[in-house]
Design a protein. Structure first.
Length: 255
């Protein structure tokens, strides 16, 4: 039986995600900006939370963990390397490792850049990747701790997943990210079409995530350092991809 996925808006513009295995009844949540919306979503479906998975230590991804753990008894999973600044962990994971949810194998992927201890969770058989603030819808996270080279390498790692993988990222930043992307690649027909779709979704109060990796590869400038139009608009010509990425990230920071 396939896993069930629920996208839960939290705080002003965060998302948490529920993953439910109907065969075993196990249910995980990825990141906990606040507990109340997650508890409400569980109650509406009659699901019991068994696991809490954390992508990184920033407050808007972990502040609801104590209340959610107290209410559900769920086990908390995160990166061993970041355990000193995460809530107490029941399962400390290597940066690139694996564990299970029901009968499904879950891979952890080391994706530093936004923070140095950031990880993503990938469920290959279900075609799901929970990327937090690394790869985001039409963008990527600001480099608070890591370097451009680190983030570029992290995004390239994620870009090698199956194109049909659903990218479940941590914020509703898509419209702003697309406005920026259009300054670099205004002739990209896929990007123009995505801008219209995102505007319609947001006008109706709907999330713009998750989205397939294939759509990200076609429209996300941080995955498109090879684009001739982006290279022309950044005047970087034949520069290495990592240098083009660094220029794009610098421009986004001041956009």
């Amino acid at each position: 039986m396939p896993l069930e996925l629920v996208t839960i808006p939290c705080l002003k513009d965060n998302y948490a995600y529920l993953i439910h295995d109907p065969e075993t009844g196990e249910t995980a949540v990825v990141d906990v900006p606040e507990a109340a919306p997650i508890l409400a979503a569980l109650g509406q479906r009659g699901w019991r939370l068994t696991d809490i998975w954390l992508t990184h230590h920033h407050w808007d991804h972990i502040d609801g963990v104590p209340a959610l753990r107290d209410a559900t008894g769920a086990l908390v999973t995160g990166a061993a390397a970041d355990a000193h600044r995460l809530p107490p962990l029941d399962l400390s994971l290597p940066a690139d490792g694996s564990f299970t949810l029901g009968r499904h194998s879950v891979e952890t992927l080391e994706v530093p850049g936004h923070t140095v201890g950031h990880i993503a969770f990938h469920i290959p058989a279900a075609g799901l990747a929970f990327t937090g603030d690394s790869l985001m819808a039409a963008g990527c996270g600001r480099l608070f701790e890591g370097t451009p080279d680190q983030m570029h390498a992290s995004l390239q790692k994620l870009a090698r997943l199956a194109p049909g993988t659903l990218i479940c990222s941590g914020h509703e930043y898509t419209a702003a990210n697309i406005r920026f992307a259009l300054t670099l690649e205004p002739s990209n027909a896929a990007l123009i079409s995505r801008a219209d779709k995102v505007a319609t979704l947001r006008a109706g109060g709907h999330p713009t995530v998750p989205v397939t990796l294939a759509e990200e590869l076609a429209t996300n400038p941080f995955l498109r350092t090879h684009s001739a139009e982006i290279r022309a608009n950044t005047a970087l010509g034949t520069a290495p991809d990592a240098k083009v990425f660094a220029e794009i990230r610098s421009r986004k920071d001041s956009f």
